[in-house]
Design a protein around this ligand. Structure first.
Ligand code: ACO
Length: 428
């Protein structure tokens, strides 16, 4: 039996701290009494060794490359489920029965319209605004449209907000894109499923009917499943931190979108494609690897490395296989895939990448698939946001339903000036 406590000795004081055990994964030392008992804080920049909450949604074993949504392996969900079913699973904790799925699908389908006034909002943007900027602002603005159902203490209103976010995110995402290229905005078609409806809103033109290739919808659905949740990543932690203040769900999720945008997080898929385009040819791969190893260059291999995975990202394995399949089925020969394969091969053999345990992450191949599906590069992170909405709302609801929630308020190690006297302007 392991000792259920940890004793920490600092100077002349020692304190016994309890261990918190989850259902899987390493136990955590509960340091909530540490400051009170010893007068010390802990210092953990980037929260690399800190669990910020208890959660029953997603489990990752980064050493073994395991990812489970509500206990189900990502490989099984990727092969047998659909994005909307996975969204239900993340939200409700169980796979739906047929009746539950029909009700959920109906509910999502009937909340896909966006308020007409939102179009005015989009029109206010400069034509070349990045769609992530438009998405972030438009989602935050939803709190102004639904201010009468923002009681976060009411479970029904929480569920309604979750459904609205899941339903409207693709509509607003597609509208942002259409606006940026000067195409008329399309209304959601309720006769279509979640992914087909989104593709229709993205690509349908008034002048001719849209023939949707099932390969495209199937690949997109898979990408959405793989991106749906990833426990306490930067954007989800942001949603939870904002949510912990009692902020409404639209404001919380808008903050998550902002966090996702950065190239160290969801912005990596756009950055990967730019990087592969810059490398341009398999013969330049060696130079790119050398640059990535040189800390002075400021260049990193985008799509490589992960805070949690010190082994292959299981999502990257699935996407890699799908990438080959999609390109083959769509008859696309993309030279960037060759560059990506060479880069992966070279990095996996390189001592620096081996020692640093840097493997391709979920974003390394997703950009190549998006490109094959005709999704424009600046929409890549938006695609990630559509999928991650399922996780964000599941976490936002969980944090309000799990007892013991407190406002997130970290401390700091102050390194600024010590107390000093104010000097009048004419004396400085
Ligand atoms: N290329 C080259 N070196 C790298 C890379 C990379 N992609 N990633 C990490 N390293 C090196 C760092 O220089 C550092 O080296 P050192 O210990 O010799 O100083 C070491 O590996 C650890 O790196 P950290 O930045 O401390 O690792 P952290 O866990 O904080 O960061 C992150 C993880 C942000 C994903 C990082 O690997 C990275 O920047 N990758 C590229 C961007 C990317 O692909 N992001 C997507 C992540 S997945 C997602 O959000 C969906």
């Amino acid at each position: 039996m392991p000792n259920p406590n940890v004793t920490l000795t600092a100077a002349d004081r020692s304190v016994t701290l309890p261990l918190v055990e989850g259902s899987q994964g390493p136990s955590c030392v509960d340091i909530s009494s540490l400051y009170r008992e010893t007068g010390h804080f802990t210092f953990d920049p980037g929260f690399a060794a800190t669990a910020s909450c208890k959660s029953a949604i997603t489990f990752i074993d980064g050493e073994k490359g395991v990812l489970l949504y509500r206990g189900y392996p990502i490989e099984q969900l990727a092969e047998r489920s659909s994005f909307l079913e996975v969204a239900y699973l993340l939200l409700e904790g169980e796979l739906p029965t047929e009746a539950e799925m029909t009700k959920f699908e109906h509910s999502v389908t009937h909340h896909t319209m966006m308020h007409e006034s939102l179009k005015n909002f989009l029109r206010g943007f400069h034509y070349d605004a990045h769609p992530m900027a438009m998405l972030c602002a438009s989602i935050a603005s939803l709190s102004a449209f639904y201010h009468d159902t923002l009681d976060i203490q009411d479970p029904d209103q929480r569920r309604l907000a979750a459904i609205r976010l899941l339903a409207k995110m693709p509509t607003i995402a597609a509208a942002s894109y259409r606006y940026s290229i000067g195409w008329p905005i399309r209304y959601p078609r309720n006769s279509l499923g979640y992914v087909d409806r989104f593709l229709h809103m993205m690509f349908e033109v008034p002048s001719e009917p849209l023939e949707l290739n099932p390969v495209v919808a199937e690949a997109l659905d898979l990408l959405f499943i793989l991106h749906a949740d990833h426990e306490q990543n930067a954007s989800t932690s942001t949603v939870r931190l904002v949510g912990s203040t009692g902020a409404n769900p639209y404001a919380s999720v808008a903050a998550g979108i902002a966090a996702l945008w950065g190239p160290a997080h969801g912005g990596a898929n756009e950055a990967v494609l730019k990087m592969l385009t810059e490398i341009g040819d398999a013969k330049n791969v060696g130079r790119a690897i050398e640059r990535a190893k040189d800390k002075q260059s400021g260049f990193r291999l985008m799509g490589f490395g992960h805070r949690v995975y010190k082994n292959f990202d299981p999502r990257a394995r699935i996407i890699r296989a799908k990438c080959h399949e999609v390109l083959h089925k769509l008859g696309i020969h993309d030279p960037l895939l060759e560059v990506a394969l060479k880069l992966e091969e070279a990095a996996l053999k390189d001592d620096y990448f081996i020692e640093h345990k840097l493997y391709p992450n979920v974003d390394f191949y997703s950009g190549i698939i998006y490109k094959a599906l005709r999704i424009p590069t600046e929409m890549f992170t938006v695609m990630f946001a559509i999928a991650r909405t399922a996780g964000w709302i599941a976490h936002w609801i969980e944090q309000h339903e799990m007892p013991g929630g407190r406002i997130g308020r970290p401390r700091q190690v102050y390194v600024g000036a010590t107390p000093r006297e104010y000097v009048a302007l004419d004396k400085r």
